[in-house]
Design a protein around this ligand. Structure first.
Ligand code: CUA
Length: 332
């Protein structure tokens, strides 16, 4: 029996907590017009369910205590079969409840449907890769990774696909999940009604590092967004010191260029994340690690220990590490 109870709680906690680890829930912290409406619907449903629970469970408790069979009592309980008013009542009440929920749900679905596309919308093409997200802003000529920067209170029209296997794009505080499927384009829209950083997580099992395939949406004011756009559209400052220049040679003409793009250099490959403005981001490798000197050093020296199975697999030797790190830090 004890083992069974333990098993029940393990399964319950697994279901209850799965998918919630890295992210903030949308019910108590909605940050978009979509999740605000979903949170309202959840609250209405929860209150209705709670009232029904108290009434039904209360009725059961009263019945089994007040009307239980007493010692020596062998008579049949009073039978209510065929009581027309009772039959009508317990048919009508659930009907009203279900209709109420239907109306609330229908209204919510209408309210969160994608708005008619407008020229003011931000368009982003999102591509899932094992195990990071590519964000391409077709109208702005910007390609970045892992952190999607958007202006506050602006509809963002997203097209979603995958470069390899099925992934699923999910920022709980902003919108529900949409699959990224290879060879197919899916559409979704998001918006943020407040500035902030909103954590997300790939929510379709996509291989060994599925758990370290995270993403963030960074919502900023209109003016901060314009500043971010001009920064992303310009080239990073040219390397100044000898160490930085040496690092640029190693990165842009060496093995790194086989996978990465750095605008303004010979590195033009699109297998890995675009590094042009790497240090304008605060995380890397699928938004899995804070972008610090220590983490980037560990990554360059032995990324297979940090994120086993990732496709980079390159080990940078100690003699090249200082120069490469110095150069990468100029990519702002
Ligand atoms: Cu990508 Cu899970």
């Amino acid at each position: 029996m004890k083992a069974r109870i333990k098993y029940f709680w393990t399964v319950f906690l697994f279901i209850f907590l799965s998918g919630c680890g890295a992210t903030t829930d949308f019910i108590s912290h909605p940050a978009s017009s979509i999740t605000s409406r979903q949170s309202d619907l959840y609250t209405v449903t929860l209150i209705m369910a709670a009232v029904i629970f108290v009434i039904v469970e209360g009725g059961i408790i009263i019945s089994v205590t007040r009307f239980r069979r007493r010692k020596g009592d062998t008579s049949e309980p009073r039978q209510n079969h065929g009581n027309v008013p009772l039959e009508i009542i317990w048919t009508a009440i659930p009907l009203v409840l279900v209709i109420t929920l239907f109306v609330f749900t229908f209204n919510t679905m209408n309210a969160i449907a994608a708005p008619q596309p407008s020229p003011n919308d931000l368009k982003v093409n999102v591509v899932g890769h094992q195990w990071w997200w590519e964000f391409d802003y077709p109208d702005l000529g910007i390609t970045t990774a892992d952190e999607l920067v958007i202006p506050v209170d602006t509809p963002v029209q997203i097209t979603l696909t995958s470069g390899d296997v099925v992934h699923s794009f999910w920022i709980p505080q902003l919108a529900g999940k949409t699959d990224a499927v290879p060879g197919q384009v899916n559409h979704m829209w998001i918006n943020a009604n407040q500035p902030g950083t909103f954590e997300g997580q790939c929510s379709e099992f996509c291989g060994i590092e599925h758990a370290l395939m995270r993403e963030r949406v960074v919502s900023v004011s209109q003016s901060d967004f314009q500043a971010w756009v001009s920064q992303q559209q310009s080239l990073p400052a040219a390397p100044q010191t000898d160490l930085e220049k040496q690092g640029q040679k190693l990165v842009a003409s060496g093995v790194c260029a086989a996978c990465h793009t750095i605008n303004g250099t010979n590195a033009k490959a699109k297998i890995g994340p675009n590094l042009t403005h790497l240090f304008s981001r605060s995380t890397f490798a699928g938004a899995s690690f804070p972008l610090t000197d220590a983490n980037l050093t560990s990554w360059l020296k032995d990324n297979q220990t940090m994120k086993p199975g990732n496709l980079m697999g390159i080990k940078v030797s100690d003699s090249q590490l200082g120069a490469i790190l110095a150069y990468l830090k100029t990519l702002k």
